[in-house]
Design a protein around this ligand. Structure first.
Ligand code: PLP
Length: 360
């Protein structure tokens, strides 16, 4: 079985086996990983290792903090506005698909949110070209969604925001490619797409953005308080952090972000080539803005799409239905998807086209 779900998503078999062991007996202590007190030595060593591995993967400079929080990216759409707007009261948002639109709508309740660029009127065909962006130099921050999970759209360049801090929801492409972290003042991601299980939100934030939280910000979601606290403000999602730590180590062993980027580029190119060479499959996203992690496409009719999904299921290729907002088919190619899964899918798609492409 190969699970192409957008999230919670497939995890490496090796990591699941390690986690199974740790559920019963963590490193010979006789305690389950679930039972370790979060303030104890053992658990602290797990968090420190996870943090060090993530720092190494991102080549993170000293002035960036890593926070392991709860709530999910959707909660942080509001929380980041509470934490970062400060006295400026205004921020710029780029609306490029389902998730950035939600991010924008949540932030609206806390300040004056401007749309710096939008492709909504055209039905989200890609990232608005640079010349259409209207950035405000007084904005507290500029927010983008580096990969639109529902729409299959990804940034392959970054807006030049000058002095304005760039903030990015990286939930679906976190650790799938190299990034220059200095380009961003803050990046955040729910863990269940690429780096673990639901319940954990990773926030990477530059020191200079701290200290601006609105007074109404809950203590456990105040980035500054969490960054300053040694023992943590509240109980963190201990198992989810442990699991992400295993993923970071797994990724480093394979060659880190160089390995991940190279692999996802090659895989997605093969899929897009098959789609573009086909008379049956159609990808609505402009070629320059296509996602390397969520490949979205359509078939000519809903009936053919249902047949495609049923056939895929029979072939052991699961959860390929598109997001409700976009429909069609979506292939999620996160780091943990084995090469064999991609080969099987490519074979299935070619075979399906041979049988249905002639317009029967
Ligand atoms: C899945 C997803 C979210 C929402 O994550 P939750 O954990 O459900 O809050 C937000 N942004 C992007 C880009 C996503 O892919």
């Amino acid at each position: 079985m190969y699970n192409f779900a957008a999230g919670p998503a497939t995890l490496p078999q090796e990591v699941l086996l390690q986690a199974r062991e740790a559920l019963l007996d963590w490193e010979g202590t006789g305690l389950s990983i679930l039972e370790l007190p979060f303030t104890g030595e053992e658990y602290r060593s797990i968090v420190e290792r996870a943090r060090a591995d993530l720092r190494a993967l991102l080549r993170l400079p000293e002035d960036y903090h890593i926070l392991f929080l709860q709530g999910g990216a959707y909660a942080h759409f509001a929380l980041l506005a509470m934490n970062l707007l400060g006295r400026r009261q205004g921020a710029d948002y780029a609306v490029t698909g389902h998730w950035s639109r939600r991010a924008c709508n949540e932030a609206r309740r806390y300040g004056e949110i401007r749309i710096a660029a939008s492709s909504e009127a055209e039905g989200f065909p890609g990232i608005p070209p640079r010349k259409e962006w209207r950035l405000d130099p007084r904005a507290a921050y500029c927010h983008i969604t580096t990969n639109e999970t529902a729409n299959g759209i990804q940034y392959h360049w970054l807006p030049d925001t000058g002095e304005v801090p760039l903030v990015a929801d990286m939930t679906s492409d976190f650790l799938t490619r190299k990034i220059g972290i200095r380009d961003f003042a803050m990046v955040y991601a729910s863990a269940q797409k690429n780096v673990g299980t639901a319940g954990l939100t990773i926030v990477v934030v530059r020191e200079e953005l701290l200290g601006r939280a609105l007074p109404v910000t809950p203590a456990v979601f105040d980035y500054t308080r969490q960054a300053d606290s040694v023992n943590g403000v509240n109980t963190p999602p201990t198992f989810a952090i442990y699991l992400s730590g295993l993923i970071f180590a797994w990724l480093r062993q394979r060659g880190g972000l160089d390995w991940a980027e190279d692999r996802s580029r090659r895989r997605s190119e093969r899929l897009y080539r098959l789609i573009d060479d086909s008379a049956l499959y159609h990808c609505p996203v402009r070629p320059d803005d296509r996602s390397r992690v969520n490949v979205c496409f359509h078939l000519p009719t809903p009936e053919l799409e249902s047949r495609f999904l049923a056939g895929a299921r029979d072939a052991g290729l699961l959860n390929l239905a598109g997001h409700g907002a976009a429909g069609g088919i979506r292939v999620s190619l996160y780091n943990a998807m084995p090469g064999e899964g991609v080969e099987r899918l490519l074979d299935f798609m070619s075979e399906f086209e041979r049988r249905h492409g002639g317009g029967d």
